[in-house]
Structures are given as structure tokens and as C-alpha cells.
Design a protein around this ligand. Sequence first.
Ligand code: SAH
Ligand code: SF4
Ligand code: F3S
Length: 459
Amino acid sequence: MSDQPAQPLKRLHIKTYGCQMNVYDSGRMADVLRPLGYVATDTAEDADFVILNTCHIREKAAEKVYSELGKLREMRDRGLAAGRARMTIAVAGCVAQAEGEEIMKRQPAVDLVVGPQAYHQLPELLTRTARARGERIGADFAPNEKFDALTHEKIGARGGDGVTAFLTVQEGCDKFCTFCVVPYTRGAEWSRPVADVLAEARELAARGVREVTLLGQNVNAYDGEGPDGQPSSLARLAYALAEIPGLDRIRYTTSHPNDMSDDLIAAHGELDALMPYLHLPVQSGSDRILRLMNRKHGRQKYLELVERIRDARPDMALSGDFIVGFPGETDADFEQTMDLVRRVRYASAFSFMYSPRPGTPAATMAAQVPDAVSRERLHALQALLTGQQVAFNEAQAGRTLPVLFERKGRHGAQAIGRSPYLQSVHVEDADHLIGRIVPVEIERGQQNSLTGRLQQKAA
Ligand code: SAH
Ligand code: SF4
Ligand code: F3S
């Protein structure tokens, strides 16, 4: 064994909070640091470089960063006392973008603050940090530079990808919902060119990826430049992706109701690769609240949209996001949300108590709803949504569903895969099928997963 490696190995730990776009970005940060000798580790303990990839969406998410930084600082001090090299600490993601200055002030242990559009500069920033601590970089939005630098050259170096992968195709948001920080932390809507997306998808497929989830804060507003120089819709992109050999499943998230175009709805009826599961947040069922939220559509429009989608694809499973306790929300408004949920029947959903965010219009609206009221509404809504999820899962019993096996289960030869509706499916004696799509007889549906068995002994 050689005791002189070309590059001394350094340990990199990235802790990811927030949405899938952060998960994708964390992967790209690891890619860009790999040529410098950084190897990813699961724990911060003993790491040479720790990056917190943060989320600013709700107060709790943002506050977590500061407690985590406190812990890291202690960890670093312990390491130094034990004679280890000094750990470099960076904050990335949406908190970095939104309150970089404050991070530096509140936690001087931070070496580097880097916004979501500047990850490609990490190698250079690291060298600079070694000389001068406490820089804040990357407040400007330039997603084209980010993607050019992060994907094309570096993708060849990416390793360890599994059966499914995220692929960011769109970033940013122009919608300015009055409760939301994303337009401020991620900048304006921007779509990657079709050719770039296809190139990355081909790489992923060549690596054994069978399912891609296209990501964007408003993914269905996708309008990346097509081969003819004209903007391409998400539907057209999906058709092109479906041509790639090995890529059998396509998903996308998150969609705004107003960008759910006719061609995308039609594609759900025509394109087998497009999975029958759609995350279509509505936030509230009350017209009055939707107006205050600046969602730019009413409840009737959403309900009609759901109907049109189900006409195109009758088995479409829907999921959504809800906010309760938005300023001014009355019992009657909340009842409208409950009523909408009963009509739509969701397969799964996320619901949150409204959290006032600095700099957003809703934070200063009159009639903020008391926490106790919001909490009660949240419980009622979650009970309803959980009931719908359980009903949806139980209704799969007796059906045979194509399952894409992703990983080994916890015991024996069990394997875990996904149904077309994004449900986890647990199957015994199936661990030889990872990476394959196989028909599974569903025996039982539980709250969070399905249990099934192989139809016949697959070879
Ligand atoms: N672009 C997506 C949402 C991204 S944020 C969309 O428009 O649907 C994910 C979810 O977080 C939102 O759908 C919303 O339900 C929730 N959220 C955003 N800001 C929030 C806030 N200030 N308080 C509580 N929940 C919030
Ligand atoms: Fe936030 Fe609204 Fe944009 Fe979604 S559409 S990211 S909720 S501002
Ligand atoms: Fe959070 Fe930023 Fe995503 S605020 S939800 S990590 S876009």
C-alpha cells in the first residue's frame, strides 16, 4: 500500500435541510469538492469540512441552523484540543442567502456563508477561507453559471447513485405568495436548456438510474430552451426524457396550479413513463385566504383542474401542501379547506401552521391567528388527511402494481420499492430485484407503506 496518496483525503460532511432541491444541491457540492480530495462521511465528528445546507421556509427550520452551529463549534473545539486539524464550517442554502450577515454575527465560528447560486465557487472559496475567515459569498443570482459549472464537467466524477435520482430543471419563483421566502432566497424563475437536462438524464440512466424526479420550485412553469431555440414546455421535456433507454419513470415536483398546462395534463394520459402521482399544493380552500395569499387562483379553479387531471388519468394520486392559521383565517375559512380536502381526496399531503417570515407581506398583516387556534386546526386537518392516506393505501390491497425496487429492507432478503403512486412497498425475498420494475401483488396497505408479494418467482 502506498503511504503517499496523490491527494491527502479529507472528510466532508454535508447536512441537508429543506426541500429536494437542497438534496440535489448537496450532491452537486460533493461533486465539486471531490477533485480536491474530499470524501463524503455520514457524521460531522472528525470531518475536515462541514456544510449545513439550510432551509428558511419556516421559523423552526431556520432556527435549527443556529443550534446545529453551536454543536459544531463545540465539536471543533474538542477536536482541536485532541490535536486534530481545524474543522472548516460553512453555511449554504436558503438561510445563507436570506441572513448571511446575521449568521456571521450570531455565530463567529462560521468560516464561510455561501448562497444557492454560488456552489460552483466552493473550491475557490475554500482556498480563500484558509487565508481570510468570515467571508460571505454568493448573494447574486446566476443559476446558468451554477449549472454550467456544476453539471457538465463534474458529472463524470459522480459516484454511488442509486436507482432513482433527482434532477433540477428549474429554479426560483416569480409567484410571490405573501407567506413565502422562496422568491427572495432562490431568485427569479429560470429553466435549464433541454439539451443540458437530457445530457444529465442520459448520464444518470447510464449509471443505472431508472426513475428521475424533475425538480423545480415551480417545475411545471419550466420553459427551457429547446433544440429549435424556442422554449420547451415540461410536457415536451417529459416526452424527450421518456425516449432515453432505461429511464422508465418520470416524476416532477413542485407544481403550481396556474402552470398546469393542457399539454402537461394530456401527457399524463398518453405517456406511460409519466407516473400517476402529482404534488399540487393549494394551501387553502377559502377564496378569501387564497386572495390574501396571492395564490392567483380560487378554490373552484383548483377543483376543476383536479377534475380535468383525473379525466386525463383516472387513477391519478394527488398530494398537496396546506397552511393553517394564515393571518385573518376564520373558522369558516378553515372549514372551506376541510371541505376542499374532502372533495379532492388526497393520497398524501403536508400541512403546516403558518409561520411569519421576515420580509414577507403576510408577516405584517393584521389579525395574526393565535397559536392555539392554528394548532387545533392543524390537528383536525391532519386527522382528515391521514385518514385519506390510509384509505388510499388500503384500497391498493388486491391490486397488482409495478414496483421499482430501490433498496434492501431491514431484515433478510426483503426489498423496498415504490409503486407508481410513490408508496413504499415492502416485499420479502426480492432483494435480487433491486433496479428492476416487477409486478407485485399488494396484500396490505398501512399508513405509510404497502406490503406485497412477488406474483411469481421472478428470475
Ligand atoms: N413552490 C411550492 C412550495 C414551496 S415551499 C408551491 O408553491 O407549492 C413548500 C411548502 O411550505 C408550501 O407549499 C407551503 O405549504 C409551506 N410554506 C411556505 N411558507 C410557509 C410559511 N411561511 N409558513 C408555513 N408554511 C409555509
Ligand atoms: Fe413560495 Fe408561492 Fe413560489 Fe411556491 S409559488 S415557492 S409557495 S412563492
Ligand atoms: Fe427551504 Fe429553500 Fe427549499 S427555503 S424549502 S430549502 S427552496
